[in-house]
Structure formats: C-alpha cells, structure tokens
Design a binder for this molecule. Structure first.
Ligand SMILES: NC(=O)c1ccc[n+]([C@@H]2O[C@H](COP(=O)([O-])OP(=O)(O)OC[C@H]3O[C@@H](n4cnc5c(N)ncnc54)[C@H](OP(=O)(O)O)[C@@H]3O)[C@@H](O)[C@H]2O)c1
Length: 360
C-alpha cells in the first residue's frame, strides 16, 4: 500500500520546477493533492496527468497569488471550506530578484518577494501547524536554499528571505521535537528551473552549474518523510559548500558569492577575443610555413657540394654557440693584453726617458 493513501499534501508553487517534481512524488505515493499557484491552467493539466498516470483520487487546484495580502488565510479558508485535512504542507512557492539593491532592483518587486517568501510561508505554517499539533500528526517542508547560509551580493533580499526561512524552520524543528509533527528545511544549490530567468539572473556565472530538480525534489521528499530538520541535496560537493559556509568568514563568503553572481563574459566579446588570438596564431603559423617553404626551395636549388656544406654548418651551429661564448672571453682578454702592449709602446717608460735625457 502507498504510504500516502488517504492523506493530503498541499503544495504551493506546484506549477513548475522543484514544486512540480515534489507534487509528482506525492502523487506517486498515493497522496491526494492541493496544488496552489497562479497558473491554474498548468495546475489543471497536472491534475489530469496525476489522475491518469498515478490514479490520484483527489486533486484540488487553488489559483492564488501568494504575494497578496492575506493570501495564506484565504488558501487556508478554502481548504477548510472543502473539508480537507492537510497532512503535509510544502511551502515551495518563491521568487528571486537580481541586481544591486541600492540602484538596480525595484522595491515593489522586492516587497512582493518578501511577502511571498517570508510572510505567506510563515502564516501558512502557523495556520496548518496549529491543526497538525491538535492531531499530533503532520509534516512540513520549507524551501530554503544554500543561499540561506551565505551572504549573497546581487541577490541580497532574496538571500535574506531564505536565511529567514532556514532559521525559522530550525527553530520550529526544536519546538516540535517532542511531538509527532516534523518540519524540514530543503537547501538546494542552483537548480535547473525557471527560477533564474524569472529573477533576471539567467546570465550569471552561478547558472553554469545547475542541478537536476528531480534529484532535489527526491532528496527533499526523503528527508521530509524521515522527519529530518534539514537537507542539502546533491551529495558531498554541496555538503562541503555548507561546511564552508559555516566556517569561512562572512566577508570572504560575500566576495566569493559576488563573483559567482556576476554576469558571464559577453559571448560576442569572447568570440572577438578568440578570433583575434586565432588570427595572430594563424599569421604566425603562416609566416613560419612560408619561411620553411622558402628555405626548402632554396636548399633544393643548391649544388651537392653546397648542400653538404650547409648540413655541416647546421650540425656545427650547436657547438658554435658554446665556442662563441668562450671566444668572447678570449677576445676580451686578448684585447686587454694588446691595449696594454700598445700603451707600453706609446708611453715611454720612466727609465727610457731618463736615459734619453742623459744622452741629450
Ligand atoms: N532554482 C534554484 O536554483 C533554487 C535554489 C534554491 C532554492 N530554490 C527555491 O525553490 C522554490 C521553487 O523554485 P523553483 O526553482 O522551482 O522555481 P520556479 O520553477 O520558478 O517555480 C516557482 C513556483 O512558485 C510559484 N509562484 C511564484 N510566485 C508566486 C506567487 N506570487 N503566488 C503563487 N505562486 C507563485 C510559481 O507558480 P506561478 O508562477 O504559476 O504562480 C511556481 O510554481 C523557491 O522557493 C526557490 O526560492 C530554488
């Protein structure tokens, strides 16, 4: 029997990316679903797929902009009105925003991001957790990020919201430790979804290495089911980033992240640079080939005697270098001796001069 049969999972942000992959895992395990996002047409299509592929009994679609005032209360009220008991809550819906905080980013978008990533997540947790504790049963998964534990220039507000999610979730994990309700923070590294494009960060270096949302969702799902307080998907590499984030100075981390969040070099400039260096190499190579051909032609036109002579010369060029060095030293020594001898001839010695004076 599937572990989720008869139970219901409510997933925000189920219309794409990690949320959609999580919804699939719940459907495969026999859960009924409440899917929440703004794109209700996508959610409706997903509902059909889950029903036909996995035999999902009940899928409820709630179209809601979770960045709106009281969005969480409205979703909760709709679920209650339908008589649905939520056994698992997944707070996945979230957005990012790229740019320098002071000059680039738009405050209205930032305010909506804080509302969605922080306020709605907190209020949904409060509302559903209260009911879970009353039943002493339930699970919550909150989408944090590896950026929760690293300062992140150029996505400062987003990283701030995720730091909140992580800290909030770890605090609740402790508050809930003597109950049958668990809460888990999922901390993915950069993941291959529409997230970066929507945030205006699709050309950043961090997107060079993105992980599979299927793997992220699977690791998150397993940690949630095991009741773990947190999970960093992606094996040893991402866990080592986590350790680095705990031990490295914040300033150093901020510099590292600034570099990772910076834009990739302009492909047009790169192509131009590549073209210039290829051209330089091409010209150099061309000259070398022409010189080689010229020498070859000239050599072929030589008489047998001259060819032998040049072969002998080429062979002796190696020895000649060493000989040249030695002969330079000899020449300097000889020159000194010669100059000295000439000076002796030109400048009469004191006794010679005296003798000549005597004769006079
Ligand atoms: N991708 C990454 O690199 C990465 C890394 C770490 C953590 N995360 C976190 O993972 C979560 C899922 O992101 P993703 O990567 O899967 O991105 P995604 O593919 O863009 O999915 C975002 C989901 O959030 C929903 N959403 C956005 N704004 C909403 C709003 N105002 N009201 C209701 N729903 C809204 C979207 O649905 P609609 O547009 O249909 O409303 C969509 O279903 C986010 O919390 C994100 O911060 C992502």
């Amino acid at each position: 029997m599937d572990s989720g049969t008869g139970k219901t999972a409510l997933i925000t942000g189920a219309s794409s990316g990690i949320g959609q992959e999580l919804a699939k895992l719940f459907a495969q395990d026999g859960y009924n679903l409440v899917l929440v996002a703004r794109s209700d047409d996508t959610l409706d299509r997903l509902a059909e797929v889950f029903k036909s592929n996995y035999g999902t009994q009940q899928v409820t679609v709630i179209k809601k902009d979770l960045a709106e005032e009281d969005a969480a209360q409205d979703v909760y009220n709709q679920v209650k009105a339908k008589g649905i008991t939520v056994n698992v809550l997944v707070n996945d819906a979230g957005v990012g925003l790229y740019g320098l905080f002071a000059t680039d980013t738009d405050w209205e978008r930032e305010k909506a991001m804080i509302h969605l990533n922080v306020l709605t997540l907190t209020q949904l947790t409060k509302l559903f957790l209260y009911d879970m504790l009353a039943r002493n049963e339930g699970k919550i998964l909150n989408l944090a990020s590896l950026l929760s534990i690293t300062p992140t220039p150029l996505m400062a507000v987003y990283a701030g919201t995720k730091a909140y999610v992580y800290n909030f979730t770890q605090s609740l994990a402790n508050e809930l430790k003597d109950t049958n309700v668990t809460i888990t923070a999922l901390l993915p590294n950069a993941t291959d979804t529409d997230f970066f494009h929507k945030a205006g960060a699709e050309n950043t270096k961090v997107t060079d290495e993105v992980q599979d949302p299927v793997m992220v969702a699977k690791d998150g799902y397993e940690a949630l089911m095991a009741g773990k307080p947190k999970v960093v998907p992606g094996g040893l590499k991402n866990k080592s980033y986590e350790v680095l984030a705990y031990v490295a100075p914040q300033e150093a981390l901020a510099s590292l992240m600034h570099e990772k969040m910076s834009l990739k070099p302009d492909p047009a400039e790169e192509t131009q640079k590549e073209k210039s260096s290829t051209l330089a190499w091409g010209i150099g190579f061309g000259i070398a080939v022409l010189a080689g051909v010229a020498i070859g032609v000239a050599y072929n036109n030589l008489s047998a005697y001259d060819k032998a002579r040049y072969r002998y010369k080429a062979k002796s060029w190696g020895n000649a270098l060493a000989d040249t060095f030695a002969s330079v030293i000899d020449t300097v020594a000889d020159t000194y001796e010669n100059v000295k001898a000439k000076a002796d001839q030109v400048v009469p010695k004191k006794e010679v001069v005296e003798k000549e004076l005597e004769v006079a």
